[in-house]
Design a binder for this molecule. Structure first.
Ligand code: PMP
Length: 370
């Protein structure tokens, strides 16, 4: 925009942006008060271990920051991932956070007018990217009454009827926490001719391992992240695993040098110390079950089953008042599931430290009386 451009010119440029972009909600400025207990975004309550941070910093100090990484792709990381997972390196596509991997996968599969089938509620980014690409979104409703089970037949039917290019699901699901039956996921993949994208952001907390399905169902694309179990949400590393031919196509949509030297080194160090993070995951699972049991013991509180690091909870009391109480009295932030009308009356709480979980229990106990 040149000097002297007036209001009208600016408005008209904004109007020339694609309708799919203009249709999306604005990205508002919002900052989080760091003094709050942040239990709204499914991050790890514990930071990346201090001694491993030290190891990262030492490696980074020895690297030239003036140079691009040594290859267009982070081969050292993808080789290490391949060894860990027991797949070929060319089956892995890494990028800056699984959010970026989701964008790469969706834009490789969907163009204007193409149909994509997904359950609802699920992670909102899928809907957002599908909209941005001008795709037709066929949402299949999940129901609290049957514990948000995967509606396999309806999804297969919709994929066939709409000649969908992709079916998307999160396993376990966010925001419900649901672990779908493995047989259901396999039946869905077998019943769909199109790509089946499975987001495993929370896999480590679920005890479910869907990686073998990539071998038996070559239409599956798995999406994973270092943000949750590896406590690296601030670092931004994610990856996809798929058949080598599929991964080669996805790779074309990834920026060159998609990971900074920092991102790659942190992920390498994390992988090399995977057992440390596995111990942390076991603690989160134990705390999740303690928190769930404590909440279920309160009058009228329903806690849905979860294979993640968070719980979806339906209290009998006024949920808005409860969220306000948690914020103002306990200084705990939880998610009101803002984007999902069908989850009105429920809230989502990330498993925190034992002390933070006690704050949540105390807040619920104060609001959820007979
Ligand atoms: N997938 C799911 C299901 C998620 O819940 C999230 C974040 N909460 C992401 C992907 C994105 O994670 P990231 O971009 O940090 O890898």
């Amino acid at each position: 925009m040149g000097i002297g451009a007036n209001q009208e010119e600016r408005a008209s440029l904004s109007e020339r942006m694609r309708a799919e972009i203009r249709g999306l909600p604005a990205v508002e400025r919002a900052e989080i008060d760091e003094s709050l207990h942040r239990m709204q975004w499914n991050e790890s309550a514990y930071d990346f271990p201090a001694d491993l941070k030290e190891e990262v910093l030492q490696q980074l100090a020895a690297r030239a920051w003036s140079r691009y990484p040594l290859a267009l792709r982070p081969f050292r990381l993808t080789d290490a991932l391949a060894r860990t997972l027991g797949v070929e390196p060319n089956q892995i596509v890494a990028a800056g956070g699984s959010s970026e991997v989701i964008r790469v996968v969706m834009s490789a599969l969907l163009g204007a007018g193409d149909a994509v089938v997904m359950p609802t509620p699920t992670f909102l980014l899928y809907r957002r990217y599908a909209r941005m690409l001008g795709a037709r979104i066929c949402e299949i409703q999940l129901h609290a009454a049957d514990d948000f089970a995967l509606p396999v037949d309806s999804m297969i039917e919709a994929a066939r009827a709409e000649q969908a290019r992709a079916v998307v699901l999160c396993a376990p699901n966010n925001p419900t926490g649901t672990v779908y039956a493995q047989a259901d996921v396999a039946r869905l993949a077998a019943g769909c001719a199109c790509a089946v994208v499975i987001d495993e952001a929370y896999l480590e907390f679920s005890g479910q391992e869907l990686l073998p399905l990539v071998e038996t169902h070559p239409n599956i694309i798995l999406i994973r992240t270092f943000s949750k179990a590896y406590r690296m949400a601030g670092v931004r590393v994610g990856y996809a695993v798929a058949a080598a031919e599929v991964a080669a196509q996805l790779q074309k949509g990834v920026n060159s040098f998609a990971l900074s030297v920092f991102q790659e080194v942190v992920a390498e160090v994390a992988l090399a110390h995977a057992h440390r993070f596995a111990d942390g995951v076991a603690e989160v699972i134990a705390e999740r079950e303690r928190l769930a049991a404590g909440l279920r013991a309160l009058p009228g509180v329903i806690v849905f089953g979860s294979g993640t690091n968070f719980l979806l909870v339906q209290p009998a009391c006024d949920v808005k008042a409860l969220i306000r109480h948690l914020l103002e009295v306990e200084r705990v932030l939880v998610s009101d599931n803002g984007g999902y009308a069908e989850l009105a009356g429920m809230l989502r709480v990330t498993v925190g430290t034992p002390e933070e979980n006690d704050m949540v229990l105390r807040g619920f106990a104060a609001c959820c009386r007979d």
